[in-house]
Design a protein. Structure first.
Length: 169
């Protein structure tokens, strides 16, 4: 189980359009915000990630570097980025199931032909520049995800009040 203040597991994925994301090399000013989404098949993920794009300027001003990641293969992740118009948001793909499990994500099996055989359910992680977990929200289903506006408000509070990570005891 991931705990705040503890190092996060390795996480490295290719990015749509080229390049690679590696949490070990991420050096945001405040946090890396990792938004794990279910995949191209998920109708709830589209507005959720669009709202993240809408918060991008606010997050940048707070020193937060967001990325969206899924277990989808490259072709589906590319369709996600292009069809959902996720301009400016790095989209990682090919998250290995064992890595998703190491991050505490729930794994689901396909129940329709639109879904990949196995995929990760949603999760949001705030990771400090030195690779420790500040906070996380992990779901076992597609519903009840935190809004990115609420996360922005929380990050602003954390910064303004030098608020420590909670839940590490």
């Amino acid at each position: 189980m991931l705990k705040p203040t503890q190092p996060v597991p390795p996480l490295a994925v290719p990015l749509v359009g080229g390049g690679r994301f590696d949490i070990a090399e991420a050096r945001p000013e405040t946090f890396t915000l990792i938004a794990v989404y279910r995949g191209y098949h998920c109708p709830i993920c589209r507005p959720w990630l669009k709202s993240l794009v809408g918060q991008s300027d606010s997050f940048a001003a707070l020193g937060v570097a967001p990325i969206a990641i899924s277990t989808d293969p490259e072709d589906r992740a590319t369709r996600t980025r292009d069809e959902w118009k996720l301009d400016g948001l790095p989209v990682g793909y090919g998250l290995p199931i064992d890595t998703a499990r190491a991050w505490g994500l729930s794994i689901s099996s396909a129940i329709t032909e639109k879904e990949t055989p196995l995929f990760a359910e949603p999760g949001v992680f705030l990771v400090r520049p030195y690779g420790t977990l500040f906070g996380a929200s992990v779901q076992t289903m597609p519903f009840t995800r935190p809004s990115f506006a609420d996360i922005e408000t929380a990050v602003r509070f954390v910064i303004d009040n030098n608020y420590p990570p909670r839940g590490a005891a």
